[in-house]
Design a protein around this ligand. Structure first.
Ligand SMILES: [Fe+2]
Length: 161
């Protein structure tokens, strides 16, 4: 079945991120990078499907959103630094238009502001970030993620947890 989704673009971003993570010398940081960013990308796809938003942009934002943290080991201001890095990476890759790159990077830029509500793509990325954390460790929900996780459970019809 042809869904019209350009999986080659999703695949390309995944390959780029894989290549960058491969170079991370610290094994545990590298492993966390794969688990978290790949997991967030999948959660982004799920939420984009659910909400009727652009799946390719959502996946790209998920794969790249914490690139600054995992490639440098430094999480300070990582959303803003990551948006800059993602812009460069995507411009070099040449697979998304300038407008699309702008949307992806804007979502990355705002993804740490979990208390704020932004546009649909920003919200997908923030929610996917929370969802991956909560699925990775179902026994723990961080205080700053409680409200979003509660709303997400309602949206997804999840009764337990
Ligand atoms: Fe994240």
């Amino acid at each position: 079945m042809d869904t019209g989704i350009r999986t080659d673009r999703i695949e390309a971003v995944r390959e780029i991120v894989s290549g960058l993570l491969e170079q991370v010398p610290n094994a545990s940081l590298r492993a966390s990078g794969y688990v978290h960013m790949f997991g967030v990308a999948e959660a982004c796809v799920l939420l984009a499907m659910r909400r009727g938003e652009d799946i390719e942009l959502a996946a790209a934002a998920g794969y790249l959103h914490d690139i600054a943290t995992y490639t440098t080991g430094n999480a300070v201001d990582h959303a803003h630094r990551g948006a800059e890095m993602a812009k460069q990476i995507l411009q070099e890759a040449g697979i998304f238009s300038t407008e699309e790159i702008g949307k992806i990077c804007q979502a990355i830029f705002f993804h740490s502001d979990k208390k704020m509500e932004n546009g649909p793509l920003e919200e997908i990325l923030k929610d996917a970030d929370v969802l991956q954390h909560c699925l990775f460790d179902p026994g723990y929900v961080a205080k700053k993620e409680k409200d979003r996780f509660k709303k997400l459970k309602k949206e997804l019809g999840i009764k337990k947890g």
